[in-house]
Ligand binder design. Structure first.
Ligand code: SF4
Length: 276
């Protein structure tokens, strides 16, 4: 049995040991590989920015899911009222602890809060809740992995009774399954590597469960086969590229679609080369 954890991978990437980061997660590696300079502003310089409403909502919904799945794990209160309470408390607490959130006024805040409740209700009504007791809920793991100079870390939303890995996403529109699987490949393969290293068992498959904020909320499950050696090698190579880039202080702009929603455009424009 894997104990539930309240720990989350650290958002801040500290360096030591010759400039190497203390550890690497798939989220951090993905952020670095998407744009090294934005990664620097966000995780190394820790320049605070208002939290995006979608991110805030996603975290609060995850808190509701955590309550539900942990209650399944330990035999607690799985009622919709208890899940809604956990969600509401997290929504307010996260705003106080990590805010401000860039809501579009009080109306925008109220709408976001209701959206989260609708997503959780859709999940609880969907029949997608695990039928059997999970093996673990929000499982934080950190393991040394061949091919990496620092530990690999990550937090898995749900480990089912058969060791299936489940990751929950909140989304604004119904995802294309192939694209969703491609986008989450590094994260899911990293989770599989971590779980295998921690338990000695091979997860049979991975799943993405999307809670979609359409007018009538939808629950969309995307199944991803377990990784073979080639997919694992590719994931480790990507993680290592991020580790070495961070260690060597390579933080360069990577202009692209992501600039449209980047919160560090001013700082980016001031970059003239070299170390930021
Ligand atoms: S504006 Fe674009 S290139 Fe500049 S830091 Fe942001 S994401 Fe990177």
């Amino acid at each position: 049995m894997i104990a539930p954890s309240t720990l989350a991978p650290p958002a801040r990437t500290t360096t030591g040991n010759g400039g190497l980061p203390a550890h690497i997660s798939a989220t951090a590696a993905r952020g670095y590989l998407a744009c090294g300079l934005r990664f620097y502003f966000e995780r190394v310089a820790c320049i605070a920015r208002p939290v995006a409403p979608a991110l805030h909502l996603g975290k609060a919904v995850h808190a509701g899911l955590r309550h539900l799945h942990a209650a399944l794990w330990r035999g607690g209160d799985t009622s919709p009222a208890a899940v809604e309470r956990a969600y509401g408390e997290a929504f307010d607490a996260l705003e106080a602890d990590e805010g401000p959130v860039a809501f579009d006024g009080t109306e925008g805040r109220d709408k976001a809060k209701k959206d989260g409740l609708r997503l959780l209700a859709a999940y609880m009504d969907s029949g997608e809740i695990p039928k059997e007791r999970p093996r673990g809920v929000e499982v934080t793991l950190e393991e040394m992995v061949p091919g990496l100079d620092v530990p690999l870390c990550g937090t898995i939303d749900l480990v089912c009774h058969d060791l299936k890995i489940v990751d929950f996403k909140t989304a604004a529109s119904r995802p294309d399954p192939d694209q969703a699987a491609f986008d989450a490949e590094l994260q899911l393969v990293a989770y599989s590597i971590l779980l295998e290293a921690a338990t000695g068992e091979t997860p049979p498959r991975m799943e993405l469960v999307h809670l979609v904020k359409t007018k009538s909320p939808q629950v969309v499950r995307v199944s991803v086969p377990p990784p073979n050696d080639a997919r694992k090698d590719r994931a480790v190579a990507m993680l290592d590229a991020a580790v070495q880039g961070i260690a060597e202080g390579r933080f360069h702009p990577a202009p692209g679609m992501q600039c449209g929603w980047c919160a560090y455009r001013d700082e980016c424009a001031a970059w003239t080369g070299g170390a930021p």
